[in-house]
Each structure stands twice: as C-alpha cells, then as structure tokens.
Design a protein around this ligand. Structure first.
Ligand code: KIV
Ligand code: ZN
Length: 509
C-alpha cells in the first residue's frame, strides 16, 4: 500500500500561532516525542529567523535519531547557508525553500515579475544542492497562483534538483474539490512530476484544512504537512491526528497508509498543549476531552451493548490511557518506573530518573493520589520551569479575609538573586506585583486561566497566562499543588519567552 509521508511542522508553522513560542529545549523534547510518534519529517524551525531556531534545527538534527529534519529558508542564499550549516552534521537534513508564485504576492510583496521569480526559484534550488540532495520547494500561495505558471515553476525546480514540491494553501482559501483538481492538474501537466513527491500544506481559515489535504491525497499527493492539535499561523494548519486517523479509519476508501504510531498521538497532543500553553478544545476531534465521551442515554445504551454502534475508533488506538493506575506516597521506585514505562517514558539516565522520582515523592507527600496526568506534568515541568533569564527561587504569600494580601517573592535574574515584597488585591495580584517590580517588565497581562489537572482539592493546578509586549504575544504555563505558586511559575515562564522573542526580533526577521 502507498505510504503517505507525514511532515510535521508543529515546531515551525505551529510555533507561528500567537503565543506558542517554544524554547530550544522545549522543541527538542517535542521532537523526541514526534520521533516516537514516527512522523517522517520534522520541520524544526526557520534558522535565519533567530539563533534559537538555528539551534533547534541543529540540535534536533543531531540528537533525534532515525528521522529527517528540515529547516525553512526563503529563496535567498544567506537563508540557505544558515539551514545548510544547521543540518551539516546529519545525512537526514532537508532544506525547505519557499518562494511565492501567486501574482498577488509577486506584485505586492516581492515586487518582481513571474520570470524573475522563476529564475530565483531555479537558482536557489541549485544553490541548496551544495548542502544536500533532499530539497523541498514550496510555491507559496500556490492555490491562488495561475495553474499553468505553477506547472512551469514546478517543472523547473524539479529539473534543478527539488525532490519534493509543496503546493500550500497559504491563506486557507481553497475547497476540497478545487484543491484535488489542482493536484490532478499538476500530476497530468508537469512532465517530470514522477521525479518528485507532491506535498500539501493547508491552513484552516475556512475550517477545511484537513478535508483539503485528504482530497489532495486522493488525487496523488504523497506528503502531508500538518501540526499536532492543528496549531499554526492564524486559524492553524491541518491537524496531524485528524489526517492520520482519517486515513487509518477509512483505509479502504483512501487506499493509502502512514507510518505513524497512532498510540503516541494523545501523549504528543498533551505535551504540545502543555508546552505551548494552547489548550485543546474539549470537542476537538481525536484528542479533545469529549472526543470519546457519550452523553445521550440512547448512545450510552448503544455503547454498552456494542461499542461500534456509536464509536468509529477506539480511544486506545490513539493512546488514551485506559487503566488509571493510581500511585501514592507508599509507591516505590519500581512501581513508579513501571508506570512511566506504561506511559511511554523511559529514562536512559539514572540521574534523570532519580530527579523525576524525587519530584514524584514530593508530590505524593502533598496529595493523596498521583494520577497519570500528574506524572506527565512532573515530566514536562522540567522543561517548562527551566530558568532562562528569570527563575523562581521561593515565595511566601499571606491572604484571607482579614489581612492585606502580601507576597514576598525571590527570583534570580540572569543568575543574580533578588527579593521583593508587594501588596495587591489578592494573592495572585500581590505575587504578580512583586514579579513586575523584580523584573521591571512593562508587558500587559492579556489572559490568566487556571484549571485543575485532576480532581480533588489537592490536585495539581495548571495556570496559563498570556502576555503581550509591543505586539508580541506569548503564553506561559506553570503547575503546582499551590495555584499561587503555579501562577508565579506561569508568569515567569511567559516572561522568559518574551525575552526570547526580543532576541529574535533583534535579528530583524
Ligand atoms: O503556509 C505556507 O505557505 C507556509 C510555507 C512556508 C510552507 O507555511
Ligand atoms: Zn503554513
């Protein structure tokens, strides 16, 4: 059966979702999980855009084995050199060059004509071949381009050495039937199309990204670009989990398959959501909290009699944990290790395992039962709480009905310890006032959300805050059994991300 390549762009296009900035370490963690999910290609960043993106592509290419790693580049030699440098230590590196082909982009954005764009496309692909044989060329805004011109560019870049030609619906404008026709047109009209794979990359502005991608697959596309939870620029990209599960569930119809290990889908979705601070809507297909919840009496009755009456796929197929084995303070190393293994986490390093076990013990002392979700939070906490510019050291807050609310917070700023005491309208307000004084931030708090990760009053609380500064928006997350501590962690996590964004902006891309 034909295998459709899954090209994951969570770390590049996904990161373009407002607020979803990820640190290099966070990207590496997600990439390792994407490798377990067994996607074919990870697009890890846009190296010319920032040092962070460069390092993410480089580190993922070097550290995440058995998977192809791609870096994005404009059709500009300097960009290509930067990707070439990032992937130089792997033989699985891909240079992904994009150049617009629609008249709208050529006239208003690039201010060049079709002939000049064609020439730039050819020269850039030829130039990139000095670094690798695996080159993807994207005809940006393909769906609003003239089809015959698109065929001409496609033929030329394949001749120049592109092994994949991507036809993105950059602005989410196309509809399934039309997009399928475009792919069919290219298959029929581009004489050397058999020398390359056609890739599709759809945005969800009209809510059609998944449907458009699947329509293209039916007409011969061999690669789908998508993101976990469908995150991405504006309304997002086609959601990986929906594409993969549609192909798997309706395999007879599509007559194709993917290599994705679907049992890793749920875990990957949770990790991406935690790291980016972008919560998954409850009714989201495949990974939403309600995706397998049956509410109506008639449905529940049907499910009890025979699952297939109302369920087209099984939760376990996407890795939704079935047994909720609960650990507690009497659980030892062995039980903890076994549960980690069942959840798909294995530590090659004893030191890392010991750190996780200590955190588990600390948590088990604070709350009666430790659930799978708590364990996941412990494990992602390492990454999220990592101290870049700012690091929370300690805090003490007094609140209640009688006294003034006061928070004493100690943090380090680039390694130097500072402490401040502040008043406020409540415990979160006084804590945030102290952090504002300590960091001198003038960002605006746009959103503050708190939710408990599991049930019970002793549950871990998870806080997501959205900060904005000079048009830059970032999400920060933090978890703790004490929601005020979780709030402080989330605020500091967001401030660290703003600092990272500032560094990116200084590069001017
Ligand atoms: O949407 C788009 O056109 C892109 C390309 C750079 C692939 O993200
Ligand atoms: Zn895109």
């Amino acid at each position: 059966m034909k295998i459709i390549r899954i090209f994951d762009t969570t770390l590049r296009d996904g990161e373009q979702s407002p607020g979803a900035t990820m640190s290099v370490e966070e990207k590496v963690q997600i990439a390792k999980q994407l490798a377990k999910l067994n996607v074919d290609i990870i697009e890890a960043g846009f190296p010319i855009a920032s040092q962070g993106d460069f390092e993410a592509v480089k580190r993922i290419a070097e550290e995440v084995r058995g998977i192809s790693v791609c870096g994005l580049s404009r059709a500009v030699y300097g960009d290509i050199d930067r990707v070439g440098e990032a992937i130089k230590n792997t033989d699985r590196g891909i240079i992904h060059i994009f150049l617009a082909t629609s008249d709208i982009h050529l006239k208003h954005k690039l201010k060049i004509d079709r002939a000049a764009a064609l020439d730039t496309a050819i020269q850039s692909v030829k130039y990139a071949r000095k670094y690798t044989d695996t080159i993807e060329f994207t005809a940006e805004d393909a769906t609003r381009s003239d089809w015959d011109y698109l065929c001409k560019v496609t033929e030329a870049v394949i001749d120049a050495g592109a092994s994949t030609v991507n036809m993105p619906d950059t602005v989410g404008y196309t509809v399934p039937f039309e997009y399928g026709e475009l792919i069919e047109y290219l298959m029929n009209k581009v004489p050397n199309i058999d020398k390359a794979v056609i890739s599709v990359h759809c945005h969800n502005d009209l809510g059609l990204a998944v449907a458009n991608s699947l329509s293209a697959v039916l007409k011969g596309a061999g690669q789908v670009e998508c993101t976990i939870n469908g995150i991405g620029e504006r309304a997002g990209n086609a959601s990986l989990e929906e594409i993969v599960m549609a192909i798997k569930t309706r395999q007879k119809y599509f007559s194709v398959d993917t290599k994705v290990n679907t049992r890793e889908i749920y875990r990957t979705s949770r990790l991406v959501s935690k790291i980016t601070g972008m919560r998954v809507q409850p009714n989201k297909a495949i990974v939403g909290d309600n995706a397998f919840a049956h509410e109506a009496g008639i449905h529940q009755d049907g499910i009890l009699k025979e699952r297939s009456t109302y369920e087209i796929l099984k939760p376990e197929e996407v890795g939704i944990p079935q047994s909720k084995l609960v650990l507690g303070k009497h659980s030892g190393r062995h039980a903890f290790k076994e549960r980690l293994k069942e959840l798909g986490y294995e530590f090659s390093d004893d030191e890392d395992f010991n750190k996780a076990f200590d955190k588990f013990k600390e948590l088990a002392d604070q709350k009666k039962s430790v659930f799978d979700e708590d364990i996941e939070t412990i494990l992602t906490g390492y990454i999220i709480d990592s101290c870049d510019t700012y690091c929370l050291k300690s805090m003490h807050v007094i609140c209640g009905t009688q006294q003034k609310h006061v928070a004493r917070v100690a943090i380090t700023v680039r390694g130097e310890e500072k402490e401040f005491e502040s008043y406020g309208d409540g415990p979160v307000d006084s804590t945030y006032n102290a952090i504002v004084k300590l960091t001198g931030t003038d960002s605006t708090l746009k959103k503050y959300e708190v939710k408990s990760i599991t049930g019970g009053t002793d549950a871990l609380g998870e806080v997501v805050v959205t900060l904005e500064k000079n048009g830059r928006v970032v999400n920060g997350t933090g978890s703790d059994t004490d929601i005020i501590v979780a709030s402080a962690k989330a605020y500091i996590n967001a401030l660290n991300k703003l600092e990272e964004r500032k560094r990116i902006a200084q590069r001017g891309i």
